[in-house]
Design a protein around this ligand. Sequence first.
Ligand code: NDP
Length: 262
Amino acid sequence: MSYMDMFSLKGKVALVTGGSYGIGFAIARAYARAGARIAFNCRSQEHLDMAMTAYEKEGIEAQGYICDVTDTEKVRDMVADIDASLGTIDILVNNAGIIKRIPMCDMDEADFRQVIDIDLVAPFIVSKAVIPGMIAKGEGKIINICSMMSELGRETVSAYAAAKGGLKMLTRNICSEFGGANIQCNGIGPGYIATPQTAPLRQRQSDGSRHPFDAFIVSKTPAGRWGTTEDLEGPAIFLASHASDFVNGHILYVDGGILAYI
Ligand code: NDP
C-alpha cells in the first residue's frame, strides 16, 4: 500500500458530531479533503446554515443535521438517514462538547449533569447507534475528542474533567469490547485550541493586558503558543485511516507538549 493510500479516506463515510464550527468543522473538512463523504450535526438552524455555507466555500458537499447528541431518538434517525443516503458510517468522531467553568461548590447539579450528558453520555449514545453498522461491515473507526482534563483536574472544571476522564475510559472499553470486530476506538486529547469554546480565555482585560490564563497557557506550553484547529487535522486523519489499524484504545494528546511539562 502506498503512503498516499494508507492515509486516504476515499470512499469512506464519516460522521463528525458538532461539526458546525471549531474543532469538529476542521476535522470534517480534513476528512472531506482526504476523500471521505461527510455528515455532521449541531443544535440550531442558524449554525447549520452557517456551516453549510462554510463547507460550500471550501468546495465540500456536507450533509448537515439538526440533532442534539443527547436525544437518543434523533441520533438513531440521523444515523439511519446517513446509512441510507451516504452509506454505512465508517468513521465516527464524537466531538460535540461543552464546558462550564464554575467553581465546584457554586455549581448546581443541573449544570454538572448537563456537561456529563453532552460530553460523556452522548458519545455512548452515538457510538451505540453506529457500532452495529460497523460490525456488519467488518470495520470501523471511532475517535473520541477527549481533553487534557482526561488526565488532570483543575479549579472550575469538575464536571468537564469527570466527563472527559470518563470518555477516556469509554474509549478503552469500546476498544476492548469491539476490537475483535475490527473496530478501532481511540481518542484525541487537544491541548488549548483557539475556538469559540476557549474565546473567553483569550479576551484582553479592560487594561489591555492578556487574560491571566492566556499568559499561563502560553508560558506552560513548550510550543509557546495556542493550538489551532488545523493542528488536529493530521492526527484525526491518522486515527481514521488504515495507517492506524493496529492502534486501539489510545488517547493521542495533541497539546504542544503541555501535558509533559505542566
Ligand atoms: P466549540 O464550542 O467551538 O464547538 C462545539 C461544537 O459542538 C459546535 O459545533 C456545537 O454546535 C456542537 N455542540 C455542542 N453541544 C451539542 C449538542 N448537545 N448536540 C449537538 N452538537 C453540539 O468547541 P471546540 O471546537 O473547542 O471543542 C470541540 C471538542 O473538543 C469538545 O468536545 C471539547 O470539549 C473538546 N476540546 C476542546 C478544547 C479547546 O481548547 N478548544 C480542548 C480540549 C478538548 P452548536 O452550538 O451549533 O450546537
